[in-house]
Design a protein around this ligand. Structure first.
Ligand code: URA
Ligand code: SF4
Length: 209
């Protein structure tokens, strides 16, 4: 099937989804957006206030910073696919709960399968934990990790840099590594969701390089 159409189907499913309690408090589901053949996929935590109102990811303060950080490495948000580990806003921006992350995961799984990006950038610890469960973001941020053929690069969440200005140069340095990572990354071999889930449960599979 056409990739655009497949992504549209996911977006439609998200807007009607009632698979977890977040459906009760959301205004709009936020499936994510970007080109179906994007080389790079950014995965954040979950929609905030503005995202929930507009149905689009990263359109508030953290989004403005993301756009600025992308601009500094010569990239535009329209070039990348942007989504979150939960597609509906947790009330008051609280942390997403394990059952919500689990309920929402199949949407992300499908998006990864369709887009098969060269590089996955996780923004914040919830998104990192989806791929590298045992890691500490303060220890591995900016370092690429191969997870079942996928190149995953964990970054701090841009909102963290807004709350802690001392993190800003660290976040900028991490972003500066991206163009080379994308240049050197191979397209992942065919992506197998079942293996991926199994992989998440095995700490020893983590390989830093
Ligand atoms: N923060 C996130 O993690 N995701 C968004 O879409 C916006 C802010
Ligand atoms: Fe469905 Fe995900 Fe929204 Fe929960 S967060 S209602 S699983 S789309």
């Amino acid at each position: 099937m056409d990739k655009d159409l497949e992504l549209k189907k996911i977006a439609d499913a998200v807007s009607d989804c009632k698979k977890c309690d977040l459906c009760h408090s959301r205004d709009k589901g936020v499936p994510g957006e970007g080109p179906p053949d994007a080389e790079i996929m950014f995965i954040g935590e979950g929609p905030g206030f503005h995202e929930n109102m507009q149905g689009r990811p990263f359109v508030g303060a953290a989004g403005n910073l993301l756009v600025e950080l992308l601009g500094a490495i010569g990239m535009k948000r329209e070039q990348v696919f942007i989504t979150n580990v939960v597609k509906c806003r947790p009330p008051g921006n609280r942390d997403p709960q394990p059952e919500e992350l689990q309920a929402c995961n199949p949407y992300l799984e499908k998006q990864l399968q369709i887009i098969n990006p060269k590089v996955i950038v996780t923004l914040g610890r919830f998104s990192m934990a989806r791929f590298i469960p045992q890691a500490k973001i303060s220890e591995i941020h900016g370092q690429p990790v191969k997870v079942k053929g996928m190149l995953v690069v964990p970054f701090f969440h841009p909102a963290a840099a807004l709350h802690r200005p001392s993190l800003r140069p660290v976040v900028e340095e991490d972003f500066a590594k991206l163009p080379e990572l994308i240049r050197n990354a191979q397209q992942a071999p065919a992506y197998h969701p079942a293996e991926q889930i199994e992989d998440n449960n095995k700490a020893e599979q983590l390989s830093l390089f």
